[in-house]
Design a binder for this molecule. Structure first.
Ligand code: ATP
Ligand code: MG
Length: 247
């Protein structure tokens, strides 16, 4: 057990969730390494949600609630870290849940689906091959999507995603929302809205924001400048690095 008083208790608990996900067959070795990259950025952003990230969350809630066919794309890391939140966000926004993996395997898809079901998910797309479709400009397994989900979606949430897939989704005409702790990654720079925050903090904030905004009138002309927002996150990193090295 990690004592609550430990200075890095939050990040160690997140790590524990991911390792449990690995042991249950949800996460692959590469996912553990990708998490390490995220942890490094979380360390520098101070393990808290910045003002820029709140702004991006607000924009994401807007885009989600105005979407006709929103889809939440779930990979192993996301399922290990936020299974409850995935189901809650789908309920609040009416989004579909689709399992979509970089390193695809039927066994892992089934393990992820079972975790989501245990957390209350009803319908999970991406499992039944009869509904498989291909998105253009991507290699073999990674291009397979569900024709009832990502294939026809207008807005897709793809957290912790690789740049190639994000670029392919954009070229395919999707509006993309992502969570990515690295504001310089290709995914962060390609998405329409990048929430530079740990999914373990940001997902609950996004759910709360959607709940709140559902009760008010949505502005269809709402504009969001992702590049400007990313630059604000880069500034947070620069300032924190300066503080850490001059303390
Ligand atoms: P890209 O392919 O977009 O250039 P990359 O190759 O550097 O990015 P990937 O492994 O493809 O990295 O994607 C995983 C991304 O997810 C990384 O940018 C990493 O910082 C981020 N990440 C990892 N864990 C988390 C987390 N818990 N919350 C938010 N982001 C995370
Ligand atoms: Mg990558």
């Amino acid at each position: 057990m990690i004592p609550r008083s430990h200075p890095r208790a939050a990040s160690l608990h997140i790590r524990e969730k991911l390792v449990n996900g690995y042991r249950k067959g949800l996460v692959v070795e590469e996912g553990l390494l990708a998490h390490g990259r995220g942890e490094m950025f979380d360390y520098i952003i101070g393990e808290k949600t910045s003002k820029a990230s709140y702004d991006a969350i607000k924009a994401a809630a807007h885009m989600f609630l105005l979407a006709k066919h929103p889809v939440i794309s779930v990979n192993g890391n996301f399922a290990a870290l936020c299974p409850k939140e995935v189901v809650q966000l789908a309920r609040v926004t009416g989004a579909k849940i689709e399992v979509n993996l970089f390193y695809s395997s039927e066994k892992r898809k089934a393990a992820i689906a079972s975790t989501l079901k245990k957390n209350g998910a009803d319908q999970i797309l991406g499992l039944d091959k009869r509904f498989s479709q291909k998105i253009p400009r991507l290699d073999s397994a990674r291009r397979i999507v569900d024709e009832r989900g990502i294939f026809i979606a207008d807005v897709v949430l793809v957290p912790l995603e690789d740049g190639d897939r994000t670029i392919a989704l954009k070229k395919f005409g999707k509006r993309v929302i992502t969570f990515d702790l690295n504001p310089m990654s290709r995914t962060a720079r390609t998405a329409d809205i990048t929430i530079v925050d740990n999914v373990t903090r940001g997902m609950q904030l996004l759910i709360n924001m959607c709940k709140k905004m559902k009760r008010s009138r949505l502005d269809r002309k709402f504009k969001f400048d992702n590049k400007k927002n990313l630059n604000q996150s880069i500034l947070v990193i620069k300032n924190n690095l300066w503080r850490m090295t001059h303390a």
